[in-house]
Design a protein around this ligand. Sequence first.
Ligand code: ZN
Length: 135
Amino acid sequence: MIKKIDHIAIAVQNLESALETFRNILGCAPEAVRIEEVASEKVRVAFITVGESKIELLEPLSDESQIAKFLAKNGDGMHHIALETDDIDNETKRLVSLNINPLGLPKEGAGGKKIVFLHPKETNRVLFEFAQKKH
Ligand code: ZN
């Protein structure tokens, strides 16, 4: 089952300067921000808690990162919408049965969550991430 929008992710060239902008927009306290590196994706990530959801800022750590490629093509901007599910394997099966295909198998993402992306060609060009909290 889909529980909520877990986060909305924005690709940025410079995490520090984007973080300042987003903290100003949201008027949030420093403790609302958590920064981590996701080596497997070659990105540095800042999560800003906004009520029940988060905004995720994604900065590439290498030109090989998918985020670097996205930025080269589009510049800074909206990258994906993440939905929280309590059963990623079941949701993936449900989507495949509807001809909506995941990009690969579920893998470990930021915060140790199990994540999978859906092909934007089949989702009105919105990149969706499904995320399941680690138990
Ligand atoms: Zn994400």
